[in-house]
Write a protein that binds this ligand. Structure first.
Ligand code: S3P
Length: 437
């Protein structure tokens, strides 16, 4: 399926963004492990989060989605069954990696697979710690590609230092730790998104943090009620469109502002972007019915003159899903932008360094691929062209935003990939005044 964008129409108006995908996955999974019925308001409409629900159902968990309200019937430690067939995580790395930790820590066995993109992504990063905890876990090949065959149970806690910055790896190990004997610790090199820790703590699990080390003790989460905030990563596409199209001014309501997710704000401010953020503090920890303690608020963004920037390290981890947008913004910024320390982008739904460079070059950008990043010379005039989503939702939407800023018409093929995170993106762009069909 193609989507077509014509450049130059300013975006304006107030709008909400879809609910946070990362938090929705975690809320469904913790609800499944809890003892009792949990209610999750504003559950994400993303296909990835539907994959998590389908897998939980196959594991015997009662789930009911009524509009955007999810009810999960958790039956505590012994509540998961051996599924009849393979669990299908679809396109979702978070589903596969987090559920691997859950299955590994229970007395069940399961095979977890996914679509072509997911089956080409590396799982050695979770196989190593889960095996060290005592799980039997086999991949399809030596390189650690799915399907994964997992036989769980009788795990012991470990003290683990992942070699890469990954919230999915951290969360997999912490979730496995809930069913392991003793303490489980993950020592990160840079802090990645901490939604899992927040939810675990909010549901009564003993979680402690010392610097970049986070530990859990085994336990059963208590059932909870919560509301998921809007997805910062989805909001970032709309912000980027507002920065790039002259005359734009938009307001985004109810956006999640967890500081481990908002590195993009720091990067774009350093580039000179016009952005205001009003953050309402997250609910207090003691408010038992709202366990996630995730701050949210309003973001206002408008057309901005931008300057090139150099980024790497911790900034990249806090903006990992927005780096392709930084590359796009850099094409319109004065001077050179250098992005380093972003090799992880090669292991996302596509090789995002390669697909960003290919897509932006087709639109006229001056951009070079580096082993761990990109170098962009700006500013340059973008011209509409036919480009490919490369099977990757974030590449599809980044190129759509480029099309809103480019002269003429941009056709993005493979638009259906956007369903995995932002099914209503096209309608939202139109509501804000963009030319999209
Ligand atoms: C996610 C973590 C990130 C991110 C992904 C969602 C999560 O992946 O890119 O979109 O929900 O934990 P990594 O942790 O593998 O970097």
């Amino acid at each position: 399926m193609d989507a077509t964008f014509r450049g130059g129409q300013p975006l304006s108006g107030k709008i909400g963004v879809p609910s946070d995908k990362s938090i929705s996955h975690r809320a469904a999974i913790l609800g499944a492990l809890a003892d009792g019925i949990s209610t999750v308001g504003n559950y994400s409409p993303a296909a990835d989060c539907a994959s998590t629900l389908a897998c939980l159902k196959a594991l015997g968990v009662g789930t009911e989605l009524d509009g955007a309200v999810l009810r999960v019937r958790g039956e505590g430690a012994g509540g998961l069954w051996r599924p009849d067939g393979p669990l299908d995580a679809g396109n979702s790395g978070t589903t596969m990696r987090l559920l691997s930790g859950v299955v590994a820590s229970r007395q069940i066995s399961a095979t977890i697979t996914g679509d072509d993109s997911l089956r080409s992504r590396p799982m050695g990063r979770i196989m190593e710690p889960l095996s060290a905890m005592g799980a039997r876990i086999e991949a399809d090949d030596e390189a650690g590609h799915p399907p994964l065959r997992i036989t769980g149970g009788d795990l012991v806690g470990i003290d683990y230092e992942p070699s890469i910055a990954s919230a999915q790896v951290k969360s997999c190990v912490l979730l496995a730790g809930l069913g392991a004997e003793g303490r489980t610790t993950v020592r990160e090199k840079v802090l990645t998104r901490d939604h899992t820790e927040r939810l675990l703590r909010g549901t009564g699990i003993e979680v402690s943090r010392r610097g970049l080390a986070v530990s859990v003790l085994p336990g059963t989460p208590r059932a909870f009620q919560m509301e998921v905030p809007g997805d910062f990563s989805s909001a970032a596409f709309l912000m980027a469109a507002a920065f790039l199209v002259p005359g734009s001014r938009i307001t985004l309501n109810g956006v999640g502002l967890n500081p481990t997710r908002t590195g993009f704000l720091d990067v774009i401010r350093a580039m000179g972007a016009e952005v205001e953020v009003d953050c309402e503090a997250g609910p207090a920890l003691e408010e038992e019915h709202v366990p996630s303690c995730e701050p949210a608020g309003v973001i206002r963004a408008g057309y901005s003159g931008l300057a090139g920037i150099e980024i790497g390290g911790e900034e990249v981890a806090r903006a990992i899903d927005e780096i392709t947008l930084v590359a796009l913004l850099a094409t319109q910024a004065e001077g050179r932008t250098v992005i380093r320390g972003a090799r992880e982008l090669r292991f996302k739904e596509s090789d995002r360094i390669r697909s960003t460079v290919a897509g932006l070059r087709a639109l006229g950008a001056v951009i070079e691929e580096e082993p761990d990043g990109m170098v962009v010379e700006g500013p340059c005039g973008l011209r509409g062209a036919a480009v490919s989503a490369a099977g990757d939702h974030r590449i599809a939407m980044m190129l759509a935003v480029a099309g809103l800023a480019a002269a003429g018409e941009t056709v993005v093929s493979g638009w259906e990939s956007t369903a995995v995170s932002y099914p209503g993106f096209l309608e939202t762009v139109r509501l804000l005044g963009g030319d999209a069909s």
